[in-house]
Design a protein around this ligand. Structure first.
Ligand code: IMP
Ligand code: MG
Length: 179
């Protein structure tokens, strides 16, 4: 039997429209600016999914803030084991680090990276995630700054992809796969 390519249905109604993203990101930027006013701040954005969120979040932060990037790819078939394909450029030792992620699903990816960053001896380490989908959580993680909790649906846009597409949508919408 010949297998058909999966049929993708992009929802016409955004789950999170552009204006709500902007509002929430600016609120998060305000909270973060207040919390880190004394210590300095370094954002560590997880590539590729978090790059759009991190760019907007950085601009919503009103205190001096640095940003660095770490790129990962998941090992096929091994949930939660990720490979660092591009490491940070700077040392985070002694710095107040806020890891910026697009979505926390099982929590395995963020947990792996938090453990990795912790071993580099930052002064503090916290997690900021645009989206939190608790339905499939395996590892419970403290999300210090959370944009939105979403239901158990696959989403794309605002940096999130399906097979490297849809990252450029300025809103978050759901993608249904299959016939
Ligand atoms: P976790 O390790 O299961 O928490 O998965 C987190 C990673 O899977 C995120 O960094 C995303 O890259 C990817 N991911 C999980 N859910 C979605 C989704 O709904 N859309 C796009 N990417 C997703
Ligand atoms: Mg990702």
């Amino acid at each position: 039997m010949k297998s058909l390519p999966p049929h993708e249905t992009l929802s016409e109604n955004p789950l999170i429209p552009q204006n709500r993203l902007q509002e929430r990101v600016s609120e998060l930027g305000g909270e973060i600016s207040a919390d880190y006013v004394d210590g300095g701040l370094m954002l560590v954005a997880i590539l590729r999914g978090a790059f759009v969120f991190a760019a907007d979040l950085l601009r919503a932060i009103t205190i001096p803030a640095a940003i660095d990037f770490i790129a990962i790819s998941s090992y096929a078939g091994q949930a939660g084991v990720v490979r660092i394909t591009k490491d940070l450029e700077e040392s985070i030792a002694g710095r107040h680090v806020l890891m910026v992620e697009d979505i926390i699903d099982t929590g395995l990816t963020a947990n792996y990276l938090l453990e990795n960053l912790k071993r580099r001896n930052p002064a503090s380490l916290a997690l900021c995630a645009l989206l939190d989908r608790p339905a499939r959580r395996i590892i419970d993680l403290p999300i210090a700054y959370r944009g939105f909790e979403i239901p158990d649906l696959f989403v794309v846009g605002y940096g999130l992809d399906y097979q490297q597409r849809y990252r450029n949508l300025p809103y978050i919408t759901t993608l249904r796969l299959g016939q």
